[in-house]
Ligand binder design. Structure first.
Ligand code: GAL
Length: 430
């Protein structure tokens, strides 16, 4: 553990002061005339700028506008899949003391980094008043907590380890990808696709999260869910033979991908796959929302399997929103926003555009797609783990080290160097 910086300490102090301010305008006691300067405006930041992401976000924006007629919402989304750009822009605003009213956050690890920095408000009172914890799976509620207090609200649950496949390209190569055949089976299938003359893998890692997510899918498939979890409690080593094997596998998979992968984005890669430019694309199930948004027909233009591995793992990537601990510009509107996100009807409508499943058990999924119904079943029955590529399994610093190590590895292919960086980070950052 590193000693907290002076900045962190001073933020924590102001956080404690503003916590009082925030709980003072909680759900049941909205304070229209708080220091916020009124309730007619709301500024929110996220990284939801692709077609499906923007449409899904608009469901939320329309929802809060309906709850607060006359409200003007400033959608300050910053483009860049996975959110690295958006979080950088947010960090600058937090440092300058001018936060938006609410921002997108992943639960657990990333949330904890904001809590440790004293940057997000304690929402425990709002949770208790509205009895939210009882309305969602225990794991989901737990991920929104740090040290027993709630600091965010969950809008949806994504699965990170999905392999999207093009049925025509696979059929032409006479390949059927069997999730039970594991990583070895997958690599054999991809080589068979290559022998048919097609590109096996579409990858779009202009934003590095895409290859970070591909590598984590291979690692967890090789280690199994339990050992994946132990990587973040220091009970299992990045030096383990399974991790080494996964890095070698990943290197092979990378060699079977489109050569321009670092020049294209996650959504471009998913569309390339659906258009027949390759056989498979590993991406979280926001790709489902994006492909459908782009007019692709699930089951025909594209199909899916869980990333092949030794067991059925659900790589959980949660989306939610927090509000600032200090200097909140429009506290009352932010409060209405959080409550809108926790409306089951809004969660269903959002999921329909986004490809996720709702966080709330009371949200009706009967009208969602077959894919989403499958995802909901898996979330209840599979081994659920958290994503590192999305800073959920560990804090922001560790996740950044991982992203940097993946980036370096993509260029060098040096397995030992990757393991050394992660082992060092395990010792010093967890
Ligand atoms: C993830 C987020 C998803 C999706 C994806 C690509 O971090 O959880 O909702 O937006 O990034 O931008």
């Amino acid at each position: 553990m590193r000693a907290p910086s002076k900045l962190k300490i001073s933020l924590a102090v102001t956080a404690a002061a503003s916590l009082i301010a925030v709980t003072g305008c909680s759900a049941n006691q909205p304070s229209e005339s708080s220091a916020s300067g009124g309730s007619d405006k709301l500024e929110i930041t996220s990284w939801w700028t692709s077609g499906s992401e923007a449409d899904a976000l608009n469901v939320l924006i329309d929802g809060v506008k309906a709850a607060k007629p006359g409200l003007s919402v400033d959608n300050a989304a910053v483009s860049g899949g996975g959110g690295a750009n958006a979080r950088q822009a947010l960090a600058a605003r937090l440092q300058a003391g001018s936060p938006p009213d609410s921002w997108q956050v992943h639960p657990a690890g990333q949330l904890k980094s904001y809590v440790d920095g004293g940057q997000v408000a304690d929402l425990t009172e709002l949770w208790t008043q509205n009895n939210w914890a009882s309305q969602m799976p225990k794991d989901v509620a737990a991920a929104q907590q740090v040290n027993g207090k709630y600091y965010t609200v969950p809008i949806g649950v994504h699965r990170g380890n999905v392999l999207w496949t093009n049925p025509a390209v696979l059929a032409k190569a006479n390949v059927k990808i069997d999730p039970a055949a594991g990583v070895d089976g997958l690599i054999a299938s991809l080589k068979q696709v290559q022998a048919s003359g097609a590109t096996p893998v579409c990858l779009g890692d202009k934003d590095i999260f895409a290859s970070a997510e591909l590598l984590e899918s291979v690692i967890m498939s090789r280690t199994g869910a339990d050992n994946w979890k132990k990587l973040f409690t220091n009970e299992y080593s990045f030096d383990a033979p399974e991790v080494k094997q996964a890095l070698a596998d990943y290197k092979t998979i990378l060699s079977l991908a489109n050569k321009d992968h670092s020049a294209i984005t996650w959504d471009e890669a998913a569309k390339k796959m659906a258009n027949g430019a390759c056989a498979v694309n590993l991406m979280g199930d926001w790709a489902y929302g994006e492909l459908v948004n782009g007019g692709k027909n699930p089951g025909k233009d594209f199909t899916w399997v869980t990333f092949p591995g030794k067991e059925d793992i659900f790589d959980y990537v949660g989306d939610g929103f927090s509000i600032p601990a200090n200097n909140i510009p429009h506290a009352d509107a932010a409060n209405a926003w959080l409550k809108t996100l926790m409306d089951p009807k809004i969660q269903t409508e959002f999921a329909a555009k986004k490809g996720s499943i709702p966080a709330l058990k009371s949200a009706d999924i009967s009208g969602l797609s077959e894919y989403q119904k499958e995802a909901a079943k898996s979330f209840a029955s599979a081994e659920v783990v958290s994503s590192l590529a999305h800073a959920q399994a560990a804090g922001a610093e560790f996740a950044q080290t991982y992203a940097d190590a993946v980036s370096t590895f993509n260029g060098s292919g040096n397995i030992d160097a990757f393991i050394a960086s992660m082992t060092q980070a395990q010792k010093t950052q967890l």
